[in-house]
Design a protein around this ligand. Structure first.
Ligand code: 13P
Ligand code: SF4
Length: 302
């Protein structure tokens, strides 16, 4: 079936079933044709928490749909394609978190939203790339444990000199494939371009950036800046959207390796399938969900 036909059917079903589609900025760009909201993890969690819709189709990866379910347990949350996991979220499980806490007793745990519901349930507060620095600052602790992303945690530590951030050795394979040499090479070709990077990147990459922020923050910065040319140091979906929305500006993808294969599983056909058949429903154990809710809610209230 052609994309415009699928889009038409999805939009019809959304109305009939009182459903919304949330799309992460790394999704295939054509998903935006059916998305009610597109953005970073923080924005999408807020949308999931506030919607009146009965069904949420989460075009993103598993932990995002799980977070939506924790925030809106009475709603049906559907993931278009069950292959869409996040490799970083799977780098720490409950047992590993408990061992990490045992090694560093009495220190509050900040978990990046890219984590499982179980890990959230055993943490003190959640954060996203958009608010990690603010969340850790607001905690007011001298030391924090940060899981699972060692690079985001390290970045937070560089921004808060008075806080010791002890990080768990997890990472995002997509962002780690980006090397400082990639930036140097692109800067030689585009000397006037500003470098906008995601904080999941390696610290040596971050050092070369003019701006560091979440995917939505990168898009906002690029749209509002007086500069005309940008090297985008995150996943390709952000560049695709920037090129579409601001054709008068120049956007350079840092590397063809900057693609999250897990994010790209979701296709328009998958969205139509889950809406039609109400399959791939996300379920979270109620005890775990209750504790994980408290961890996420603390973040949303900060
Ligand atoms: P954002 O919250 O910045 O959208 O990032 C989510 C993510 O998975 C980045 O790899
Ligand atoms: Fe997970 Fe990295 Fe993909 Fe983001 S880009 S969803 S952190 S694997």
């Amino acid at each position: 079936m052609q994309n415009n036909k699928i889009t038409e059917q999805i939009n019809k079903l959304k109305k009939e079933k009182n459903a919304i589609v949330l799309a992460h900025t790394y999704q295939n760009v054509e998903i935006d044709e059916v998305a009610d909201f597109t953005g970073d993890s923080l924005y999408l969690s807020r949308m999931a928490a506030n919607t009146d819709a009965k069904i949420i189709v989460f075009a993103g990866v598993y932990f995002m749909a799980e977070t939506a379910k924790i925030l809106s347990p009475e709603k049906k949350v559907l993931l278009p394609n069950m292959n869409s996991g996040c490799l970083m979220a799977d780098m720490i499980n409950l047992h590993q978190l408990r061992e990490f806490k045992k090694k560093h007793p009495g220190i509050p745990v900040v978990c990046y939203v890219n984590s499982t519901a179980e890990v959230k349930s055993e943490s003190d507060v959640c954060c996203t790339s958009a608010n990690a620095v603010d969340v850790v600052r607001a905690l007011g602790a001298k030391e924090v444990l940060f899981v699972p992303d060692t690079y985001l945690g390290t970045y937070v530590g560089t921004q808060l000199k008075d806080v010791k951030v002890i990080t768990y050795p997890g990472h995002c394979p997509t962002h780690l494939r980006i090397r400082p040499e990639d930036i140097i090479e692109k800067k030689e070709k585009y000397p006037d371009a500003k470098v906008l990077a995601h904080p999941e990147c390696h610290g040596e990459v971050i050092k070369l950036a003019d701006f560091v922020g979440s995917t939505t923050a990168i898009m906002k910065h690029a749209s509002e800046s007086k500069d005309k040319s940008f090297i985008i140091v995150t996943e390709k979906g952000v560049v695709d959207r920037l090129k579409r929305d601001y054709p008068e500006k120049e956007f350079v993808l840092i590397s063809e390796r900057a693609i999250c294969p897990n994010m790209k599983w979701n296709k328009l056909e998958d969205i139509l399938n889950v809406l039609e058949n109400e399959v791939n429903e996300i379920d979270v154990d109620s005890e775990i969900a209750k504790k994980a809710f408290a961890t996420i809610d603390r973040m949303l209230k900060l």
